[in-house]
Design a protein around this ligand. Sequence first.
Ligand code: GSH
Length: 228
Amino acid sequence: MIRALFQLLLDYRCLSMTYSLYYAPGAASMAVHWMLIELDIPFEAQLVDIKAGAQHTDGYRRLNPSGRVPTLIVDGVARGESAALLMLLAERHPAAGLAPAPGSADRAEWLELMVYLANTLLPAMRDWFYADVDGDTAGADAVKALARKRIEAAWDKLDRCLADGRHYLVGGSLSTVDFLAVMLMRWSRNMARPATTWPHLSPYINRLRELPSFIELNAREGLTEWVN
Ligand SMILES: N[C@@H](CCC(=O)N[C@@H](CS)C(=O)NCC(=O)O)C(=O)O
């Protein structure tokens, strides 16, 4: 009887932990998709064809009013913002150890880097790729020039973090910071100075790209560029 009740509880927990990810290959959804694969938990992946404008349909905007990917359905509610989703998943699946626990020695550095990536590097990337869509075409070159400076300053900063020979950005093990950072590094692949040209970022990127979850992610998203 007790065993049956326990099983029921487990089944319920499993059911309530299923997710649905709305993604576009290589987009800001990539970090979340990677984490879901790394967590090895059940989830559905729904392709949003952003090149065809599917993010602007009424149906999608009901899930994500800003018309962007990712969206993750969590307990039946649509949630957005890649960095927030990574942190939420880490909180919901603490046994996976993909974020330092509150109060632990590495927690502050983890918070600092998550916020830095989300509020400094990610917006600079947005400006780099969307300057003429989000703003005036006439001013796009100036916006892109500033974005490029900010992006390269971020590679300097992250390169310094890794200069002590650490294998992961925080706490000696894989964390949400790595999912987000590597996704952003990938976006620089066609820039004048891609992240792979920084001395400590290069081995870091190669190491992370070797992870079975990253290889699986690329296979599922149909991506063949920027792999080892
Ligand atoms: N701050 C958002 C940014 C999301 C974002 O800009 N996503 C891009 C793809 S990388 C997108 O949906 N672009 C489609 C569009 O803006 O029309 C997040 O991190 O989730």
